[in-house]
Write a protein that binds this ligand. Structure first.
Ligand code: MN
Length: 160
């Protein structure tokens, strides 16, 4: 984890949000441009994103970025609900506060609003398996993210 962060700090920052930057025209859209945040934080946020398809973006602060997933059917609000979560490109930390309208023609065009926000703690964070404790208003408690072995970027998100 620390090594990964060092790696990112030592000259790789130009690549850091490569995919995020490639998708966006910052002259036209108001989403933050972003830079690496060096503090170790614990932000948890879910943004409701009314784009061409309504989805919810789960973001967890990890190693200076927001690790992100799009949850098409919405967050699991009670035990027993398992939701598909597609991992998307890392977002800048400041994106956690972003709400607004992404203009037509721009990436993710539509409305972004914060659906839930708080902090989280890590119980386990390894390949294929993330167990966290969420301290939000709508999501509270132990949640699991389990990655499919045969389908890249596809995870199941549920209360566990
Ligand atoms: Mn989105």
């Amino acid at each position: 984890m620390a090594l990964d962060l060092l790696d990112r700090l030592s000259g790789c920052s130009i690549m850091l949000f490569e995919e995020y930057w490639r998708k966006r025209d910052f002259g036209k859209t108001s989403d933050p441009r972003g830079k690496l945040d060096e503090k170790m934080g614990d932000i948890y946020v879910i943004q409701k994103h009314q784009a061409s398809h309504l989805h919810y973006d789960l973001r967890l602060e990890k190693d200076g970025v927001l690790t992100s997933w799009a949850v098409p059917k919405g967050p699991p609000t009670k035990k027993g609900i398992k939701r598909l979560a597609i991992q998307t490109e890392d977002h800048p930390i400041e994106y956690a506060n972003f709400e607004g309208v992404i203009p037509k023609g721009e990436y993710g065009a539509g409305t972004v609003e914060i659906w839930d926000k708080g902090t989280y703690n890590i119980e386990k964070w390894r390949r294929y398996e993330i167990i966290i404790h969420i301290n939000g208003n709508k999501l509270i408690g132990r949640h699991c993210l389990i990655e499919f072995r045969k389908q890249e970027n596809a995870w199941l998100f549920f209360k566990c």
